[in-house]
Design a binder for this molecule. Sequence first.
Ligand SMILES: [Zn+2]
Length: 275
Amino acid sequence: MCYLLRAQEEVQKLSPQITWLHYRQIKEQFNKDKQKGFMNLDSDWEKILNSENKLITKIYKKLLEWDTETEHVKTCMTHWARDIGRPILYEEWEKLWGKNMKFNYASDLRENQFKMIYRWYITPKKLGHYKKDKRTKCWKCQEKEGNFFHMWWACAKTKKYWTEIHKESRKILKKDLPFRPELYLLGVTNTNLGKNEEKILNYLVTGARIVFARIWRSNQVPTTDQWLVKISDIKNMDKLTFLMKKQQGNPIKEVDWSNFEEYIRQRMLDSEEKK
Ligand SMILES: [Zn+2]
């Protein structure tokens, strides 16, 4: 018995409320089950896939059970479009999703990518609704209203942090990069970078968000050194994963970190000189 998953366009024609995100989730589960086989008669997937009739409705119900509510995804996408001043293209979401999946050995990277797409971080604006004093001011500057985009990008203090990350990332990659929120906040890299550079850039920006989120509620922003420590951690984990996969007989392409390593050496030399 061979099961095939319908193409996304086909699924969307039948049921327009299924988004790319849902489809990816179905596909992911489908591929997992395909490897294990669909032999277990009690499996929900077996039942769903065995009945052609109202297949999509059933999958959709299942997805709702998983608490992946369509409206929420749509709202997030609309809000991102409003914040960055253009809609994020379907291919761009697809690419983010693909990259995100490859983060699977590093749960904090994966978690952060999810939380950014879903705009999960609680903001002073949201919190203000529940508080007696109704204070919605930004935790960093204490001046402007602290909505999601202000907190993550527009705030003067936050902007200073990203300017620093931007400057150093360009030094590391030895490439010019656009200073755009979609690059730093989501990892949309429509730049002319090679595969390896793109991977490193993705680590650089995701690492920057992770250290920023760590002190989310404080009036501080992380230092460049704190960011670099995180990137070194990611580098070590990446190298370890490579070795592990190699040993398991499942080799993956090795990431070339030499630009980053050279940058760190230079940075240490510079600080020695300053002393
Ligand atoms: Zn602010």
